[in-house]
Design a protein around this ligand. Structure first.
Ligand code: DAT
Length: 182
């Protein structure tokens, strides 16, 4: 498939897309393939934080470092203002609202998600809390609080067919956005 946003002309405006949802719903899988198909740049916030050690303490309960949200935002702001970025993170209210032109919340059935997280090595409370996060649609509610509701779209992410359909929809949306803004 042709790349739709690969222009290096500084005058070409490109959209920023947020992919969010509970860990394990498929943000990374979708984001990386979407970047291939659109020419937009994929940014994984977890990896960015790890590379730059953008942490502010350690969470003993979950055994993981705590994200320094201000430093993450500072680190990315220039790139986001320029445009053409796909951001992947399991949270969404830490980012400035102005960054994103569209927000996708991926959703996965509980049993499916349980299996995916278990095979990722999650156990006990961490596994249960993440599955509950999906059941209570925590990230979707966070998204509609943080962004204009009409920008927030839920996407089913259970099967390879869902993945392909999501890719096609977002590629089409991106093409339309580029046409409308250039
Ligand atoms: P996330 O980045 O949201 O944590 P991921 O992209 O790492 O999720 O995916 C978690 C696992 O689920 C991984 O083994 C790939 C698989 N997966 C992702 N999207 C899927 C889909 N639509 N159908 C089936 N499996 C999927």
């Amino acid at each position: 498939m042709a790349r739709v946003g690969c222009s290096h002309d500084m005058n070409t405006r490109q959209p920023n897309i947020l992919l969010t949802g509970t860990p394990g719903v498929g943000k990374t899988t979708l984001g990386k393939e979407l970047a291939q198909r659109t020419g937009l740049t994929y940014v994984n916030i977890g990896e960015l934080a790890q590379e730059g050690e953008l942490y502010d303490g350690y969470d003993e309960e979950y055994q993981c470092p705590i994200l320094d949200e201000d430093r993450v935002v500072d680190e990315l702001d220039e790139k986001m203002t320029h445009g053409g970025v796909i951001v992947d993170y399991h949270g969404c209210d830490l980012f400035p609202e102005r960054w994103f032109h569209i927000v996708f919340v991926l959703r996965t059935d509980n049993t499916q998600l349980y299996t995916r997280l278990e095979s990722r090595g999650y156990t006990g409370k961490k596994l249960q809390d993440n599955v509950q996060c999906e059941i209570f649609q925590t990230i979707y509610e966070e998204a509609i609080e943080a962004y204009k509701e009409e920008l927030v779209h839920q996407l089913p992410s259970n099967t390879p067919e869902d993945l392909e359909s999501n890719l096609e929809q977002i590629v089409q949306w991106t093409k339309r956005w580029l046409k409308d803004h250039n």
